[in-house]
Design a protein around this ligand. Structure first.
Ligand SMILES: CC(C)(COP(=O)(O)OP(=O)(O)OC[C@H]1O[C@@H](n2cnc3c(N)ncnc32)[C@H](O)[C@@H]1OP(=O)(O)O)[C@@H](O)C(=O)NCCC(=O)NCCS
Length: 181
């Protein structure tokens, strides 16, 4: 990963909605996921995943944003991407009133300063703007994320014990949350 020198005390701009791709967006996303994963964060990757795997996921996300299949909301610090949220409207005709919070992450240097809450608030605004009525997300146990989501109006609907294998011998529960918009 490139050393970005994110400043814990530096100013942050956003949340912004990203409608068009720009040079550096794929690398910015992959680098952010890399920093969050290296710090132990639950963004779906393993610390041993090669950079190419993160870049491929970032390129796929950027393609979905271009195709309006995903809504990307970011925060930045002097051209460095330091937080993101991704909302996807469900595509099946019987599900188009629902959406999924597909990603949420804040740079490790900037966590616990309220940026996660601001990103969640921006997701709700975007969900309202596109007419969604209900949202869901899946996360994993072991990070105290249940407390974070419950504090922001999400309700746990169930969990699947051992569905997430963080490492050999370290299985976590997958947890399903929903909330009304
Ligand atoms: C979860 C996350 C997005 C929260 O963002 P944030 O900017 O730290 O959140 P806020 O400052 O708005 O709220 C902080 C609260 O989040 C909760 N929280 C849960 N896990 C946390 C963590 N690993 N780090 C920081 N806060 C965490 C706590 O309740 C905390 O409140 P407290 O400081 O009073 O204890 C951020 O910690 C993150 O990116 N974590 C790694 C990736 C991840 O787990 N994403 C969610 C996948 S479903």
């Amino acid at each position: 990963m490139v050393e970005t020198g994110v400043d814990a005390d530096g100013s942050v701009t956003g949340p912004h909605r990203v409608d068009t791709s720009h040079p550096g967006l794929v690398d910015g996303l992959a680098d952010l996921w890399g920093r969050v994963t290296a710090a132990g964060g639950a963004v779906g990757f393993s610390p041993t995943d090669p950079v190419d795997r993160l870049r491929a996921a970032a390129a796929a996300l950027v393609e979905d944003v271009r195709a309006e299949k995903a809504h990307l909301i970011t925060i930045g610090q002097q051209h460095v991407l330091v937080g993101l949220a991704v909302l996807r409207q469900r595509q099946l005709p019987v599900r188009t009133h629902t959406g999924e919070l597909a990603w949420l992450a804040v740079d490790p240097a900037l966590q616990r300063k309220g940026w996660g809450k601001r990103l969640l608030d921006a997701v709700l605004v975007q969900a309202q703007a596109i007419g969604l009525e209900k949202l869901d997300l899946v996360t994993r146990s072991g990070h105290d994320l249940e407390r974070f989501y419950e504090a922001h109006g999400w309700v746990e609907r169930g969990r699947w014990p051992g569905a997430v294998r963080v490492a050999a011998g370290d299985d976590r529960d997958e947890i399903w949350f929903t909330r009304d918009v």
